[in-house]
Design a binder for this molecule. Structure first.
Ligand code: NAD
Ligand code: MG
Length: 412
């Protein structure tokens, strides 16, 4: 890391002593910079030019948006999903930015020796390889791409441990739990934790009459009451598969069994998750539903920086409600819990089947309630195996995708 000229004066309470600290400048790669998390990350970064320098930005196809970001942040590298998209970007950004494309480009900017911190904010299985590349290179990883951990949990955590990478959760629930755990957390028993409570908003269809669910459109599914997010995670929130994926994510991040994690529906999305200790104490993290809070927390950790998020007005919110999860309305929850308990390659299969089903729903090829049915169809016949390496994970992913397409073919 390079020392930056920023000098911070800390006045110790009750004393006249000033401590002078130098904050290191963090060089950042943002994987998926044109998405919802990517844009929020840049919004935090722009507030702290002395602390963060954008080293690389990546997008799949949105050339214009990436070009605009390059003009504003002057990264060393920009990476696109295809050669054709890279060709389009080159004349828009000039010579100062090196334009790469594809998996090799992503791996290069994720693992580059000059990079300190990698925001992993590509959506879906496409995020696995670059996030793993960052982990192998021992980077500080800000993990938004939960699918990487769902697919390759053991493998990913092993790589993080071997390379001494720093893994910080961006998902608001996991970031909340991280904040409620002791700084030297090593495991549930040792820390005296009884259980983790993942909070869930219940999404846009929490109170929709069950008979109407089948006819819900992609736009209705993407209209989340509290959060503004990309379309895939928005649909996952509507089916609550998102909470199922988060259950698996939490079990890996915090080394707990799925049975040690409960889900509580909390429609206001003010309490982002909770940790219950053996003595009955329950710690929670609260805040406005704005991803800039967990992003700023992880960017600056263990310090705190301004995120641009307004103060929480508890008087205006007035009340916080809690409900039990409804497995009849949200069958994806039980499917994800079963995959979490099976471990092995079951979560990778669940994730792959879900990605295929969500895409089919977004393309209006299947109805909303079919999403969980497709995943169920795949998981019913899935033979869980222990994936020994990345190839085995990718193989499970591909097989589950093919099976999901077969199930979908029966519906269309
Ligand atoms: P998004 O759809 O808004 O953005 C996705 C980004 O990934 C874009 O920059 C896109 O260009 C890039 N991308 C997509 N497919 C790609 C591919 N094949 N190769 C390379 N790049 C590709 O998604 P989002 O809402 O920002 O979510 C990103 C990740 O963060 C997801 O894993 C999601 O589950 C997680 N997450 C998001 C939120 C949120 O509030 N949006 C909250 C928690 C976790
Ligand atoms: Mg979340």
């Amino acid at each position: 890391m390079v020392a930056c000229p920023l000098t911070v004066f800390l006045s110790l309470a009750g004393s006249n002593v000033n401590i002078i600290m130098k904050r290191p400048l963090q060089k950042l790669t943002i994987l998926g910079s044109t998405g919802s998390i990517g844009v929020s990350t840049l919004d935090v970064v722009v507030r702290h030019p002395e602390q963060f320098q954008v080293f690389a930005l990546t997008a799949n196809q949105r050339v214009e948006v990436l070009a605009q970001q390059c003009r504003q942040f002057h990264p060393r590298y920009a990476v696109l999903g295809s050669e054709a998209a890279a060709e389009q970007l080159r004349p828009l950004v000039g010579r100062g930015v090196e334009v790469l494309w594809g998996e090799t480009g992503l791996a290069l900017v994720a693992a580059h020796a000059e990079v300190d911190t990698v925001m992993a904010a590509i959506v879906g299985a496409a995020g696995l390889l670059p996030t793993l590349a960052a982990a192998k290179a021992g980077k500080k990883i800000l993990l938004a791409n939960k699918e990487a951990l769902v697919m390759a949990g053991q493998l990913f955590m092993d790589v993080v441990a071997e390379s001494k990478a720093t893994l910080l959760p961006i998902d608001s629930e996991h970031n909340a739990i991280f904040q409620c755990l002791p700084a030297d957390y090593r495991g549930r028993e040792e820390a005296g934790v009884r259980r983790l409570l993942l909070s869930a908003s219940g999404g846009p269809f929490r109170t929709t009459p069950l008979a109407e669910l089948a006819s819900m459109t992609p736009d209705q599914a993407c209209a989340h009451p509290n959060w503004s997010m990309g379309r895939k995670i928005s649909v996952d929130s509507a089916t609550m598969m998102n909470k199922g994926l988060e259950l698996i994510e939490a079990s890996w991040l915090f080394a707990v069994d799925a049975s040690d994690i409960d889900i509580v529906v909390h429609p206001q999305s003010i309490i982002h998750s909770l940790v219950e200790y053996k003595d009955g104490s329950v710690l929670a993290q609260l805040g406005n539903p704005d991803m800039r809070t967990p992003i700023a927390h992880a960017l600056a950790w263990p310090e705190r920086i301004d995120s641009g998020v307004s103060s929480l007005d508890l008087i205006a919110i007035a009340s916080l409600d809690f409900e039990a999860q409804d497995e009849q309305r949200f069958p994806a929850l039980a499917l994800a819990r079963a995959a979490a308990e099976s471990r092995g390659d079951a979560p990778a299969a669940l994730n792959a089947a879900n990605e295929v089903a969500v895409e089919a729903f977004l393309n209006e090829a299947i109805g909303f309630t079919r999403i969980a049915e497709v995943v169920d169809g795949v998981m019913q016949t899935w033979q869980t195996d222990e994936p020994r390496d990345l190839l085995a994970v990718q193989d499970a992913d591909q097989r589950a995708r093919a099976m999901a397409k077969q199930v979908i073919d029966q519906y269309v």
